[in-house]
Design a protein around this ligand. Structure first.
Ligand code: GLA
Ligand code: ZN
Length: 662
């Protein structure tokens, strides 16, 4: 599928025919419609008007496009906000919002919970006979949070369900601290700037904030589920999604992923993003969908508008990044947007059809070429899975717990620390799956758990089993510190991981931003950043040469290894540089018998997918230079049709792409 968001409601009807023609000529075969039309579809409380959407749908069908049908509930109508202010959100500082912007409905608002699913149901009823609707797109980029009184009430109900009694809640929240004991559910208030928070990050009762985050993610998800059910009532086999946003802190996508029929997401890397950073978003999104292929729902063809500065994607980059999404498990290449609006804040956002209104633009030509190329490629790798032997653990609860913690260091950033491990693996062309704690690990050989600060419930079990049965496991500093309610574990860190790792961890030193310690691994000296754990060996052995090089904890081990069952568990007591992670992880991969997809020159990415049609290797030259790639096996290049022989070296053009079937 190739296409994206098209908003005909912003244009005079006479222009639609021409738009369709331009889209068709560019190879577009799918349009996402009706994303922001709530005000148009429901002009009054009891008035619905589908006339224009009917006409759009007819024309779209005549032109042979598939449709991704949105429900329009990402922005509510102004009249609704005026008549029912409960639909408006209250922000973190306690300010009740007015009508404006978008994504603006309070998830606990009775008005929203009534009218959003009602509209979704009416759309499903009306358009259910259109067999060109291939997917339903509920709302748009759900997000944010609300701190209104309805949300406060809903939070109390959520807590009652979770804890059962106030005694249990007081215990779980450790409310003896700073005299927080609650005697009545009504005493509980939302943790915001008026109550527990110093600022957006630091919470004086992080355990409460953690539960609020879980609750808010669930509350917003309920809004999705209401619409989901309303659609299924009319179309039981509808295929339903909502567009996610990668590393988006507010929503626990691992929970969301289970509720979507398939995962779709919007990839908007910043202008400075490395290719590994872009890949990381794709892998995370594939992971929340359980490893199944996902849909790239949006990317910009040229520039965004909302970054501090919005550089153009250089010629070839849009194509390169489209293939990168396919390489990591996408089965679509879709964009925001098909036609650039004349007004509103997105008039400076890239589109297939620019303000000039013709196909005579660089962006249009590049997209049309890609459209043709994808059409020629056909469906050969659709549905293909990533054959990863490495899993990297990611967890929203850990993100939240670290984010809202006061101490030990405000420089600690969960996704940043996570990225160090991921980037090293990606840069060496190892395919990885992103998994959640507790997930089944038996198909993997190496499991990496960066900054596993919070070990919840029985989440250590699958790791223990995995290592016992011969797997290689590695985690790093500041792991196993708290349990699921954010209470520190007693009896020695890293708590439940202690016997697996064969160490105990006494204290840690937080380093200033510009301060480094150092250690030596395999003859090279590497920096130690952020946090230095002071580790005592129990059954583990020291792997680094001499421990920390400086300070009073000089000589304390940095890298440790514990033989456990048939496997091994490593610990890295500090954060370090990319060179270290690459050197260390390639040693671990060798020990665990994991091979990279292909060895390539620097800046050339290789990623694999497999289905019943074969085993595919995507090669992506992220540099502006020609690169030579050596093939150790025979293959067939699908974009050019060339046959590749084992032992051959092939030139990859600057920003070039190859899709090779082994
Ligand atoms: C998001 C939204 C789109 C549009 C783009 C702009 O991805 O879903 O509606 O606003 O951002 O980049
Ligand atoms: Zn609210």
């Amino acid at each position: 599928m190739f296409g994206g968001d098209y908003n005909p409601e912003q244009w005079p009807e006479e222009s639609w025919v021409e738009d369709m023609q331009l889209m068709r000529e560019a190879g577009v075969n799918i349009v996402t419609l009706n994303v922001f039309s709530w005000a148009a579809l429901q002009p009054g409380e009891d008035v619905y008007d589908f006339g224009r959407l009917d006409r759009v749908m007819e024309l779209v069908r005549e032109n042979g496009f598939m449709v991704c049908m949105a429900t329009s509930t990402g922005a509510h109508p102004a009249w609704m906000a005026r008549r029912y202010p409960d639909i408006l959100r209250t922000d973190f500082g306690g300010m009740r919002r007015k009508f404006g912007g978008r994504h603006n409905s309070c998830p606990s608002s009775p008005t929203y919970r009534k009218y959003a699913p009602l509209l979704a149901g009416k759309l499903a009823e009306r358009y259910r006979e259109y067999d060109n609707i291939v997917s339903w797109h509920v709302s748009n980029e759900y997000g944010g949070a609300c701190y209104c009184e309805n949300c406060e009430r809903a939070f109390r109900i959520w807590l009652r369900e979770k804890y059962g009694s106030l005694e249990e809640l007081n215990r779980a929240w450790y409310t003896a601290f700073w005299g927080h004991t609650f005697y009545d559910w009504e005493e509980i208030v939302l943790p915001d700037l008026r109550s527990e928070h110093v600022d957006e990050r630091r919470s004086m009762h992080p355990g409460i904030t953690l539960d609020y985050r879980r609750f808010m993610s669930d509350a917003i998800l309920e809004g999705f589920e209401l619409e989901y059910r309303a659609i299924k009532e009319w179309i039981p086999d509808a295929v339903i999604t909502t567009n996610l946003m990668g590393f988006y802190k507010e929503l626990d996508y691992q929970k969301w992923g289970r509720k979507l029929d398939f995962v779709s997401w919007d990839s908007y890397p910043s202008n400075e993003a490395s290719y590994a950073e872009i890949a990381m978003g794709h892998d995370l999104m594939r992971g929340v969908g359980g490893g199944k292929p996902f849909a790239l729902m949006e990317q910009t063809p040229s520039s965004a508008n909302w970054l501090p500065f919005n550089a153009l994607k250089r010629p070839g980059v849009m194509r390169l990044w489209s293939y990168q999404a396919l390489a990591h498990g996408s089965d679509t290449v879709m964009f925001f947007q098909m036609k650039r609006s004349l007004g509103g804040c997105e008039k400076h956002h890239g589109a297939l059809i620019d303000h000039v209104g013709t196909g005579e633009t660089r962006v249009y030509r590049e997209m049309a070429e890609l459209g043709k190329e994808l059409e020629a490629l056909g469906g050969v790798f659709l549905g293909a899975r990533t054959p990863a032997k490495i899993a990297v653990m990611f967890d929203w609860d850990n993100w939240w717990a670290l984010e809202h913690s006061i101490g030990p260091s405000q420089l600690l950033d969960y996704p940043e620390e996570w990225k160090r491990w991921y980037t090293a693996l990606r840069e060496m062309n190892y395919d990885v799956d992103v998994i959640a704690p507790g997930d089944e690990l038996s198909g993997y050989r190496l499991v990496v758990a960066p900054l596993w600060y919070m070990v919840k419930g029985e989440d250590d079990r699958s790791v223990r089993r995995f290592v016992k049965e011969g797997g290689t496991f590695v985690t790093g500093f500041f792991s196993g510190i708290v349990q699921e309610n954010d209470l520190a574990v007693s009896g020695g860190y890293p708590g439940k991981l202690r016997d697996i790792l064969g160490i105990w961890l006494e204290e840690w030193d937080a380093l200033a931003a510009d301060y480094e310690n150092a250690f030596v691994y395999q003859g090279h000296t590497y920096p130690a950043y952020r946090l230095c754990d002071l580790v005592h060996m129990e059954h583990a052995k020291q792997v680094d040469e001499q421990g920390y090089c400086e300070d009073f904890y000089r000589g304390f081990p940095v890298v440790t290894k514990n033989e456990y069952g048939k496997g091994r568990a490593y610990y890295v007591a500090t954060a370090s540089s990319g060179e270290f992670y690459r050197a260390f992880l390639s040693d671990l991969c060798a020990e665990a018998w994991v091979e990279p997809v292909l060895r390539t020159p620097e800046g050339v990415e290789a990623a694999g997918r497999e289905n019943e049609n074969g085993s595919f290797v995507f090669l992506l030259n992220h540099t502006e230079e020609e690169k030579w790639v050596f093939f150790p096996w025979d293959g067939e290049e699908l974009l050019g049709g060339d046959v590749l022989r084992a032992g051959e070296e092939v030139m990859l053009a600057p920003r070039g792409v190859m899709v090779v079937r082994k």
